[in-house]
Design a protein around this ligand. Structure first.
Ligand code: 5AD
Ligand code: SF4
Length: 482
């Protein structure tokens, strides 16, 4: 908990405060009252189940939801069928993410028939789409609470509204320039954490729905970010992942503008912090200053995620990516010149409208030249409301599928080869968890993000340990303590 507020001493019969985050702490106290009443009736506290879909941003948002649920007195469960409250933090970047949510809602409906007291909440990017909310209001009346990405900070208030009524509570905002700081967070890992540095996106890549559901770019003030990192480090965190849709435009619109590279250099100074990662960097505006800040740093991990999307300059232009194939290749060469051992990963979309066999070959060509450590490959998904959805020359499904398989095979071939380059060396590994399949092994991560399994115990977790990399098994290593 961030503030020295004793929720039990709060006067919940007074008028709610207007200021944030005080208002939300007031509603957490209100929710706590409801939970006490539940406990009196049922002899136990209510169980809450959280399911996250999508990216690291959503994962971080879910930690905030769980922080509030914890303050409100809910008990966490990872068994959905035991839950009294279920919340899905949704994603809508591709259509299949939406389909998964609708599928799961069918299952939740069956659970609710068995347990009519079950309350269901939906939030996240999908809820920012009008047609989704309309559909829920019409055909999914058993959902109790719907809210979006812009008012997630109001979760305590909305939860309280849901608890004290029987009707469906729906509250979504179009956009906001508000950033509410100092709300509680319940971290998934004790030793590493995501840290939002900015929200939203202004790039409007023509296929992407993110700018419509996450709104315009807003940066957090550097003092708030650094203060949060200091607090995390004091609480045992050794690795942070700085999160933004495009970290390269961090700080540009602040009252006192600052670059992302400057922020990195400031974070570097924080004593006790061992590793710094960040996501995601747009190739159009990755600065020399950033490359140099990475090269100079002892803490910034030797890894950069640099989404390519397509290797064809023609398609890149239609995608509104604002770089060409040649510029992208020149950028990766420059990065490797300054930071020779860096691992480069990427995102690639196959089957963007109008993509020809020649365009696709250009993508394969970039993959062969850059030799990515790993790549996320996606089949283009038509998102309503984006410019690309209205383009006429959509590529037939069977053609896309064949290209996708060819790309995946190439990416995996190269990745296996590139990943094995450290065999026989000793590298620092952050031990993350006891291996789920073999309890004698611990799984950790090298600074280039590769996984390593090695004999160890739960006592290793959260520590950075030198590990001898014995054998490479494709996308991970088997190692032993050096
Ligand atoms: N179809 C397929 N992939 C998409 N991405 C974003 N929008 C779409 C879409 N409409 C991919 C991009 C992005 C990653 C997060 O998701 O590759 O980098
Ligand atoms: Fe989407 Fe492009 Fe923004 Fe990334 S940079 S979130 S792909 S619009």
């Amino acid at each position: 908990m961030y503030q020295e507020i004793d929720l039990d001493k709060m006067d919940v019969n007074a008028e709610p405060p207007i200021e944030e985050p005080d208002r939300q702490y007031y509603f957490m106290a209100k929710c706590r009252e409801w939970v006490r009443e539940f406990e009196r009736k049922n002899g136990r506290r209510p169980f809450a189940f959280t399911q996250t879909f999508g990216c690291q941003m959503n994962a971080r948002d879910s930690e905030k939801l769980e922080g509030i649920l914890e303050q409100a007195g809910y008990e966490k469960t990872d068994r959905e069928e035991d839950a009294d409250f279920v919340i899905y933090n949704t994603c809508t970047v591709r259509e299949n993410a939406n389909q998964r949510v609708y599928g799961r809602l069918g299952y939740l409906h069956s659970l609710k028939k068995k347990n009519p007291g079950l309350k269901i909440a939906l939030c996240g990017c999908m809820m920012q789409e009008k047609q989704v909310v309309d559909k829920l209001k019409k055909s999914y009346r058993f959902v109790n609470l719907v809210f979006g990405t812009h008012n997630i900070f109001q979760f305590a208030e909305l939860l309280n509204r849901m608890q004290s009524g029987d009707h469906m509570v729906v509250d979504t905002w179009e956009d906001t320039d508000q950033i509410v700081e100092k709300l509680p967070v319940d971290r998934k890992y004790s030793f590493k954490s995501g840290v939002n540095i900015m929200f939203g996106c202004n790039n409007f890549c023509s296929y992407c729905i993110v700018p419509y559901v996450r709104g315009r770019e807003k940066s957090r003030r550097p003092e708030e970010i650094l203060e949060e990192i200091r607090r995390l480090v004091a609480d045992g965190v050794v690795e942070v992942m700085l999160l933004g849709q495009n970290v390269n435009s961090y700080g540009k619109n602040l009252e006192e503008p600052i670059t992302f590279a400057r922020l990195l250099r400031k974070a570097e100074q924080i004593e006790g912090l061992k590793r710094i990662r960040f996501m995601t960097s747009h190739p159009k505006d990755l600065s020399d200053e950033l490359i140099q800040a990475m090269a100079d740093s002892k803490k910034v991990c030797r890894h950069i995620h640099l989404p390519l999307q397509s290797g064809s300059s023609r398609i890149l232009q239609a995608m509104n990516r604002r770089y060409t194939k040649e510029q992208y290749l020149a950028l990766t060469e420059k990065i490797r010149r300054v930071i020779p051992d860096i691992s480069i990963t990427t995102d690639i979309i196959v089957g963007f409208p109008g993509e020809t066999e020649e365009d696709f070959e250009e993508t394969l060509d970039v993959v062969r030249r850059v030799r990515y450590d790993s790549a996320f490959t996606f089949i283009y998904s038509k998102r309503t409301g984006t410019p690309a959805a209205a383009m006429e020359n959509q590529v037939p499904e069977d053609v896309v599928k064949k290209r996708f398989d060819r790309l995946l095979a190439l990416v995996q071939d190269i990745s296996r080869d590139v990943s094995s380059r450290y065999t026989g060396q000793t590298k620092e590994v952050l031990a993350e968890e006891v291996n789920s399949q073999d309890a004698a092994l611990v799984t950790g991560r090298m600074d280039n993000n590769l996984l390593v399994h090695f004999p160890g115990t739960a006592a290793d977790i959260g520590k950075i340990i030198p590990i001898h990399l014995d054998t490479c098994k494709g996308f991970y290593y088997m190692g032993t303590k050096a």
